[in-house]
Design a protein around this ligand. Structure first.
Ligand code: GLU
Ligand code: ZN
Length: 308
């Protein structure tokens, strides 16, 4: 199935609550908001709280407050993936019935030793493919094949992958029982009727895996738009892990204008003295996805303007 027929536009922002919102995630929130809302669509927020060891208490609420402070109001109630285990389990069961999954008992070291490196990372060599039962104490992989997975990203252009030779069978449930991002995101994007996925280009290489799972589960494929990610001068993605600063809730207008400029939107200087609502109106009226720089990464200087 390709696109949901006659659906109105519905986008989403899907942060992992591992810390407060920083500039890079605000850019993704803003782009996904504008891409949906400028076409009279809906915009949902989904907390991808599937990995408790990486999460920070209170981060989900902090993120929601930061979105509100920047005038990014969501439709519908916020969905939490931590409450969706039954849905992920049901999808896993459908794959199991078609003999598309198996237990993998390899350690990371085993895979490093037996696998080969491709440009996407270590490829799983299929060591455990003959396993027939699903063990609760082992990770679960989905069988890939050599079909061509193609999509035309609205910012990054045409992408074409063959999973079996480039990635190999990949994990959809981890050894610790947690569902993998790749499965959860596919189940929820479909269940929430998402028509447009706008997110950072660091996830571009995940998209063919997600399209493949959509095909196996008989789900439609949304449109994809992967925006450039903000990197530090050293070329690392700005993130909580690299010590990126949280966005300053005391100066949302400045951050929004910087984010618009980062997205290639040329906000007029006068907007810096405007209100959050005015910046949002300007951005909705002028949003041009075609103006996004078709790059995976763009360096961004986090020093606040006042101290530059
Ligand atoms: N939760 C993911 C992240 O914060 C984003 C997932 C997505 O947008 O598909 O990186
Ligand atoms: Zn294995």
């Amino acid at each position: 199935m390709s696109r949901a027929p006659e659906k109105s536009v519905r986008g989403r922002f899907a942060p992992s609550p591992t810390g407060p919102l920083h500039f890079g995630s605000l850019v993704a929130a803003l782009a996904s908001y504008l891409h949906a809302k400028s076409r009279d669509g809906e915009w949902l927020v989904r907390m991808e709280d599937l990995d408790p060891p990486r999460e920070q208490p209170g981060a989900a609420d902090q993120i929601l407050r930061a979105l509100e402070a920047h005038g990014l109001h969501w439709d519908d109630t916020v969905r939490y993936q931590s409450r969706r285990h039954d849905a992920y389990e049901a999808s896993l069961e459908r794959l199991r019935q078609k003999n598309l999954v198996y237990s993998c008992t390899c350690s990371r070291k085993d895979i490093g030793a037996a696998g080969e490196m491709t440009k996407l990372g270590p490829r799983y060599p299929g060591t455990c493919r003959e396993h027939t039962e699903l063990r609760p104490d082992a990770s679960i992989r989905v069988r890939t094949d050599e079909r061509e997975i193609r999509f035309d990203d609205q910012c990054q252009g045409y992408i074409n992958r063959r999973l079996q030779s480039e990635i190999g069978d990949f994990v959809i449930r981890r050894r610790d029982g947690l569902y993998a991002y790749q499965l959860a995101v596919v189940v929820d994007d479909a269940d929430q009727g998402i028509t447009e996925v706008v997110r950072g280009a660091d996830l571009l290489d995940s998209t063919p895996r997600q399209i493949y799972l959509q095909q196996l589960l008989g789900l439609w494929t949304p449109a994809y738009l992967h925006i450039p990610v903000a990197t530090s001068g050293l070329g690392h993605k700005l993130s909580k892990q690299t010590g990126s600063r949280p966005v300053d809730l005391a100066r949302p207008v400045a951050t929004l204008v910087d984010a618009l400029a980062f997205l290639g939107q040329h906000p007029p200087d006068g907007l810096r003295d405007a209100s959050v609502a005015d910046v949002r109106s300007w951005a909705l009226a002028h949003w041009a996805a075609a103006a996004l720089p078709p790059k995976r990464m763009i360096p961004y200087d986090e020093t606040p303007a006042a101290s530059k």
